[in-house]
Write a protein that binds this ligand. Structure first.
Ligand SMILES: Nc1ncnc2c1ncn2[C@@H]1O[C@H](COP(=O)(O)OP(=O)(O)OP(=O)(O)O)[C@@H](O)[C@H]1O
Length: 224
């Protein structure tokens, strides 16, 4: 489903990855860890093709970074849901319209838009908030709207970039539970985080970025 094959990547004057190799299978839940600045967000950008390798390639589903045409990048992004620490909702639209926006740009019929929004909001337990503005929501609710937006196109992969960074521990647990539920239906999840409490609480694969070179799989110690 996802392959990094001998990937080198640098920003101008800032090397990030050298010979990075990794693989994620369909349906896997993966925590992505590593110290600040090591390249977690950059790795996610390489997946949704906001960045491209200097050499090597990234294969995401049927798309490969070395052959994808620019005009096809939106098709790739429609199949990937992305969630950020700061939610990135449109603050001048209510919850319903934040979700409708994603579907309107692809010309989805109105009836279908409504059906999908109700489904996505019920997945995150927020059908009662569809007419609220983002400023009327708590941080956890905003992140749940962002998750609803991320799943609205039924993606095969969700990328979560420190999605609990602005949330209290209990709310962070709720967000993880929602992503686990979505993952249990076959959507892969890559969850970049510094939140080791969450990692300890959920037995998933852990990929650690180390000096931008290798990715280690760290096996979780079982708690007594
Ligand atoms: N647009 C950019 N131009 C130049 N350098 C960048 C750019 N974006 C990130 N970097 C640098 O690339 C490196 C990796 O950044 P990245 O944001 O991927 O790290 P991260 O592991 O996600 O960090 P954090 O945990 O603090 O969010 C850092 O040294 C950062 O300063």
């Amino acid at each position: 489903m996802l392959i990094f094959n001998h990937v080198d990547f640098s920003y101008p004057n800032q090397p990030v990855f050298q010979d990075l190799n990794l693989q994620v299978e369909q349906g896997e839940f993966v925590f992505l860890i590593g110290k600040s600045g090591i390249g977690k967000s950059t790795l996610l950008k390489l997946i949704y093709m906001d960045c491209f390798p200097n050499s090597g390639y990234v294969q995401v589903g049927e798309f490969s970074s070395d052959s994808i045409k620019k005009k096809n990048i939106p098709f790739l992004r429609r199949k990937i849901g992305v969630i950020f620490q700061d939610f990135q909702l449109l603050n001048d639209r209510n919850v319903y319209d934040n979700l409708a926006f994603v579907l309107e740009v692809t010309g989805t019929p109105r009836k279908e838009i409504k059906r999908r929004i109700i489904h996505a909001l019920s997945e995150v337990g927020l059908t009662h908030k569809q007419t609220n503005m983002p400023e009327e929501l708590s941080g956890g609710e905003k992140q749940r709207v962002a998750i609803a937006r991320a799943i609205i196109n039924d993606p095969f992969l969700i990328l979560a970039d420190e999605p609990t960074g602005n949330l209290d521990p209990e709310t962070a647990d709720e967000i993880l539970s929602i992503l686990k539920k979505i993952n249990s239906r076959g959507t892969s999840v890559i969850f970049a985080t510094h939140n080791y409490e969450l990692i300890r609480a959920y037995n998933a694969k852990i990929l650690k970025l180390d000096n931008g070179k290798a990715v280690k799989v760290v096996l979780k110690k079982k708690e007594n």
